[in-house]
Design a protein around this ligand. Sequence first.
Ligand code: N01
Length: 507
Amino acid sequence: ATPGPPAAHPTGLPAHVHTLVIGAGFAGLCTAIKLDEAGERDFLVAERGDDVGGTWRDNTYPGAACDVPSQLYSFSFAPNPHWSRSFSPQPEIQAYIQRVAETSGVLDRFRFGCALEDAAWDVDAQRWQVRTTTGSLTADVLVSAAGALSDARLPDIDGIDSFAGEVFHSSQWRHDQDLTGKRVAVIGTGASAIQIVPEIAERVAHLDVYQRTAPHVIPRRDRAYTALEKAGFAHVPGLQKAYRTAIYWARESFVPAFVWDSRIAAPARRAARLNIERGIADPELRAKVTPHFELGCKRVLISNDWYPALAREDVDLVTDRIERVTPRGIVTADGTEREVDVLVVATGFLATDLPIARHIRGRDGVTLAEHFREHGMQAYKGATVHGFPNLFFVVGPNTGLGHSSMVLMIESQVAYAVDALRAMRSRGIGAVEPTAQAQRAWNDDLQRRMRRTVWSSGGCSSWYLDAHGRNVTLWPRTTYTFRRLTARFDPAAYVAVPAPSTDRKVP
Ligand code: N01
């Protein structure tokens, strides 16, 4: 059994807290642990769900597993000797997060079932006025650790509300729905769908997979760890670290293929082609699954059983455009109606219009969502936003990765925020925000680097890009570089928050 939050978990909110963290996934948990280690004991973590884990608590669909090696997909300060495989399944990751939370000694400061409704910067009091679903409080500092892929993007398909069967999103899997013997449709062929389809294909009566864009899928080099390796992880000092270091640098070496020259990815392209040839014999189906954009432009997917699943007799890959949904099924542009009992929408997440931004209001009274709409979703070092004093992001704009583990970025961002709090205390500063100039320079450089990446020029559209085609989600350099650039809080890029009409420089 995996540990969950204690039964007698505290629920009340104080009138004031120094630091309020929103979200209890990898990012929020890391923030809490590092704040506590730094002696910043006056903090709370508000989590809308009923447990830690974030995306790994929510995404419980059949086949859910990580596509980043387990050794990297864990905190550097909490190695996990219990990984059973080189790529961990979701239940192991969730159990790991729960174990780290249980042993961290900080869980008493988590408030579950507590969703942020509104956080507004109070210019006079120089603090956040916060309303949550379980009460109000004030906070000196707000840390948004609410995740970048946390809220489902539901497809805007005509008639979908009229469907008479069950419809659900991949991240809200209906475990009460037994799919055995049912006719099922899956919309989408992203990272979620390619894990779901092979798992459910065996038990459903018939499966229709709706593909709008064929993705690149390379083999999943996954294996169970041997008993010897597992014993080594538990008992040989440094062994797990050695695995982690080797995988870390191997992953960093992928970056040039994304940002310099996609020709470097030729071996991966070959592997993707062979994956199709191995999995599918039918030339017509092979043609349908062959991507028509540069590898890496969308997230590179890994699977050994996606193509064999599509090749099954009882699975149809539908590439005609979806026209509408009827009470009975899906009608495509050619007029065909395919009847189904259950509709799974694996259509991704609100990544470029972060829902949390609608709930945060800066010193000028505008919401972060409005601010992002006007200026683009951007921050200084992915962490702080001009006009929004004492707000720190963990997993902020342009901190996502196409090549390695988000946990590495999370640790860097948390270290930056914690160092900022230390610097503010030692300099007697109540509130900081980045200067407009520092934020502009950071983002100009970032977008200049973006122009030559495969994400911008690879001939695809993806969730990495906003409505203007600007990449506002990914970090275009190595995680090592990010850690170096965010190693210390840099007061020169900040102003002490202006009292209503002054713009004092940080002393
Ligand atoms: O979502 P996606 P996801 N009609 O946005 C299609 C992480 N993740 O949940 O490509 C028809 O990638 C859409 O089509 P198109 C990972 O970072 C990690 O799969 O836009 N189709 C696409 O095929 C990942 O990148 C793991 O043309 C519609 C799909 O739905 C991110 O989460 C596992 C449509 C959406 O793909 C998101 O992955 C899972 C419409 N109206 C997720 N709207 C692992 O670590 C959308 N689509 C393994």
